[in-house]
Every structure is written in structure tokens, then in C-alpha cells.
Design a protein around this ligand. Structure first.
Ligand SMILES: Nc1ncnc2c1ncn2[C@@H]1O[C@H](COP(=O)(O)OP(=O)(O)OP(=O)(O)O)[C@@H](O)[C@H]1O
Ligand SMILES: CC(=O)N[C@H]1[C@@H]2OC[C@@H](O2)[C@@H](O)[C@@H]1O[C@H](C)C(=O)O
Length: 403
């Protein structure tokens, strides 16, 4: 028997596994590395986050990724080169973290590697009648991560979700359901990354089929792009200072909201392919706000993100009262301008961060992939939200051996 197959069998029957979850999202701020101890599986999964670090991307790395990121036309050669290059980069980041944490790679059971999304193409976005399917592409080849770390690696999680009928995202529903369902409370888990999304969790043990997650529209992506364009050298509006100094421009906001994505049924997904600078420029043209100051533009974009969330929440609950408890994660949780706008648009919500549930908000998405790998190895397809909400019951992640 292949010794790695034997190792996998052994891992599957262990009471707990030590798994490194990796996530690098649409903001391109860096690679999140979460070392998780996961005990049990399925509804019995328990998490202990042993270590967490974001390994920042250098400007040169960001520039390389941006050469293809969310672009319809790219050099196929460049894309081909980036795939193993990112795999090697992510492997090096793991080695660096393990050295810093003084942990031997042999003491890690698995790596769960999301890779870098470079293009997301759900049907409603690509609108090509000759391709009746959803698609998404993550780079950072898993074999390179496995060989570069010596650790069995699961990667490319989104393809199975597509194959099972989903849009390849958001995958948050699975991990949120397994880790954060509560018998006492209905919850919304709101992640404010480049793109914002939320997971609805019914009370644990009740109506699991109603759990689902959906993107809601831009989170930080347009805010970041606007700051970068006006203030070269800055990556984002730290603590929302610029946005808080501005006023919402109703004309620009209306032009931004005049897009079918906001009225489309749930669940839905999107990316910077849609919510990019061209979309913002078109809305500025329509509302004659091309000369609007940076602060007012940022205030309006923060409002847009909050309205996107609020509309999706209202659509999900058809005007019925929605869960009061909203737990926020992702980089946008650090932005007071975004949080204030959310509170205005969801006045009945009680906001806290996922820290209140014992999950470090910045680490949540990386943890999610560790949970998915744990399920793939030790459990069965997670059966939640089947049918109407299109959360396919599948196990996700392709397995790469280090040798
Ligand atoms: N102190 C802060 N003030 C304002 N914004 C912040 C702060 N810290 C982080 N952010 C925002 O969070 C972003 C990073 O968020 P995060 O790491 O959650 O994104 P991501 O994982 O790349 O996104 P996605 O979930 O869409 O893939 C930054 O680009 C910035 O917009
Ligand atoms: C295609 C893709 O990479 N989507 C990301 C992105 O970042 C936020 C949002 O858009 C979400 O749909 C997803 O990531 C999280 C981890 C998810 O799948 O739940």
C-alpha cells in the first residue's frame, strides 16, 4: 500500500488532527495561516486555534497576481507560470510559520490550501449561452504545497461544490454550520472581506436544511481600489478615517445600486470581476460624480457595502424578523465606517465579532478550510441546506501526497 494512503487512513481514525488552513482572499493582503487542532468531525467538531499569522504579500507578489486577477484577457503563459509559483510561495510561507512557531512539519497532519482565486465566473456573471455552467479558478498548485512542505495537502476545494451544482462559493456555510451553530440562538455570520457574505444558521438541531450562505456584494474591494487609486502607497482606509470624514452621495449610491446583482435571488456569488473599477467608473459617469472627493466617495462605498448586506438579509427572510445575533469577521470588521453603516441599515441587529464565539475574526476563513479538510478525511459529505438553497452535500478538496 502507498504509505501516504496508510497515513491518511490512520489520520482519519485519530480522535483529533492538526491541520494548517490557508486562505488568501480577494484583498491580496497576504496569506492567512491558521494552525488548528480539530477534534472529532461533523456536528461533533471542536476547534482549538493553536497559531495564526498573516504572511503579508510583498508589492511584487501583489503585482504578479494583479497581472491576471479578475481580468478577462491574460497571458496564458503567465497564468501557467503563476500556478506552481504560488504553490511554492504558499509552501515557503508554511515553512516560515512553522520555523517561527518552533513546530516540526512532521507534527502537522494536513494542509488545507484554498489557493488564490484569480477568476470567478458564475453563470449570472459570464452570461455565455454556450457555457451552461458555473466556474471559478484558484491558483497555487496543491502538489507543490505538499512537496514543498512534506505534508499531505488538500486543495482546490471549490471545484467539487461546482460539480455538485453550486457556484463554488461561499463555502463558509459548511464550516460555520459545524463550528458555530447554537441550540439557543439563530445566527448570521457576516464576513466582511473584499466581497461580503453571510451564513444563516438556524438553531442547532433544527431545520439544518435552511442553513445557507450567500455573497451580498462588495465588502472592502471598491473601498480598497479607490484608496489605492487616490493615495498610492496606501492599501486601505485605515480605521475608516477617510470614509468617516465624508458624506454619502445619494446619486452615486443609487447609480451603484442600479445593478441586477442586488435584486438577484439568493444564494448568489460574485467577485471583483463585476465589482471592480469599471463598475464604479460607470456609476460615477451616470451620476455625474467623477469629481466627487475621496472622502465622500469612500463614505458612499461603505454605505453600498452595508446596503448590499441589508438587502440580502431582507431577501433571505422575506420581510420576517431576521436573526438578531450578527457575528462579524474579516478585515472589514476593523473598519468603523462599515460597521456604523451596517448598524444603520440593520437597526435591530446585535453586532459582535466572532471573537465572542471563540473564533478569531481574521482567522475565520483559513479555519474554514481546515474544517473542510477535516471533513474530507474523517467524515462524510456535510448534509445541510440541500435543494432550494443549493448547498450541495459534498466532500471537498483534492489530495496531494508529498512524494
Ligand atoms: N484597520 C482597518 N481599517 C479599515 N479596514 C481594514 C482594517 N484592517 C483590515 N481592513 C480591510 O480588510 C481588508 C482585508 O480583509 P480580508 O483579509 O478579510 O479580505 P480577504 O480575505 O482578502 O477577502 P475575501 O473574504 O473577499 O476573500 C483590507 O484590504 C481592508 O480593506
Ligand atoms: C470565489 C471566491 O474565492 N470567493 C470568495 C470571495 O471572498 C469572499 C467571498 O468572495 C466568498 O464567496 C469566497 O470566500 C469564502 C472563504 C467562502 O467561500 O466562504
Amino acid at each position: 500500500m502507498n504509505p501516504y494512503v496508510a497515513r491518511l487512513c490512520q489520520l482519519a481514525s485519530q480522535p483529533s488532527r492538526r491541520i494548517i488552513g490557508l486562505m488568501s482572499g480577494t484583498s491580496l493582503d497576504g496569506l492567512d495561516v491558521a494552525l488548528c487542532r480539530l477534534t472529532g468531525h461533523g456536528a461533533g467538531t471542536r476547534l482549538a486555534l493553536e497559531q495564526f499569522r498573516t504572511v503579508p504579500y510583498t508589492d511584487a507578489t501583489r503585482a504578479r497576481i494583479r497581472t491576471v486577477f479578475a481580468r478577462e484577457q491574460v497571458s496564458l503563459e503567465y497564468l501557467t507560470l503563476l500556478n506552481p509559483w504560488l504553490g511554492n510561495l504558499h509552501a515557503a510561507a508554511i515553512r516560515e510559520c512553522l520555523r517561527e512557531w518552533n513546530i516540526n512539519p512532521a507534527d502537522i497532519d494536513l494542509v488545507a490550501s484554498h489557493g488564490q482565486t484569480v477568476y470567478h465566473a458564475p453563470r449570472h456573471q459570464h452570461q455565455r449561452p454556450d457555457f451552461d455552467l458555473n466556474a471559478t479558478l484558484q491558483l497555487g498548485d496543491g502538489d507543490h504545497v505538499a512537496v514543498g512542505t512534506g505534508i499531505i495537502t488538500l486543495s482546490d476545494f471549490r471545484q467539487k461544490h461546482l460539480a455538485g451544482g453550486g457556484e463554488g462559493a461561499p463555502l463558509a456555510a459548511y464550516g460555520d454550520f459545524l463550528l458555530l451553530s447554537s441550540p439557543d440562538e439563530e445566527r448570521l455570520l457576516l464576513n466582511l472581506g473584499g466581497i461580503a457574505n453571510f451564513t444563516y444558521l438556524p438553531r442547532a438541531g433544527q431545520a439544518a436544511h435552511t442553513a445557507f450562505s450567500t455573497d451580498t456584494g462588495p465588502g472592502n474591494t471598491l473601498l480598497d481600489a479607490t484608496v489605492r487609486a487616490h493615495r498610492p502607497g496606501l492599501q486601505y482606509d485605515e480605521d475608516g478615517r477617510l470614509a468617516l470624514a465624508g458624506r454619502v452621495h445619494e446619486g452615486l449610491l443609487a447609480a451603484l445600486l442600479d445593478h441586477p446583482f442586488f435584486a438577484a435571488p439568493l444564494p448568489k456569488t460574485t467577485g471583483p470581476e463585476l465589482f471592480g473599477v469599471a463598475y464604479l467608473a460607470a456609476a460615477q459617469q451616470h451620476s455625474a460624480t467623477t469629481a466627487l472627493g475621496l472622502e465622500d466617495t469612500l463614505a458612499t462605498l461603505a454605505e453600498l457595502s452595508a446596503v448590499g448586506v441589508a438587502r440580502a438579509v431582507r431577501a433571505a427572510f422575506g420581510g420576517q424578523p431576521s436573526p438578531e445575533a450578527v457575528y462579524v469577521s474579516g478585515g472589514g470588521a476593523h473598519n468603523p465606517a462599515l460597521r456604523a453603516a451596517l448598524q444603520r441599515h440593520l437597526p435591530a441587529a446585535r453586532f459582535a465579532t466572532t471573537e465572542a464565539l471563540g473564533v478569531l475574526p481574521d482567522a475565520k476563513e483559513a479555519i474554514l478550510f481546515a474544517v473542510l479538510a477535516n471533513e474530507a478525511v474523517a467524515s462524510q459529505p456535510v448534509a445541510i441546506g440541500q435543494g432550494r438553497q443549493r448547498v450541495p452535500a459534498v466532500t471537498m478538496g483534492k489530495i496531494s501526497f508529498p512524494g
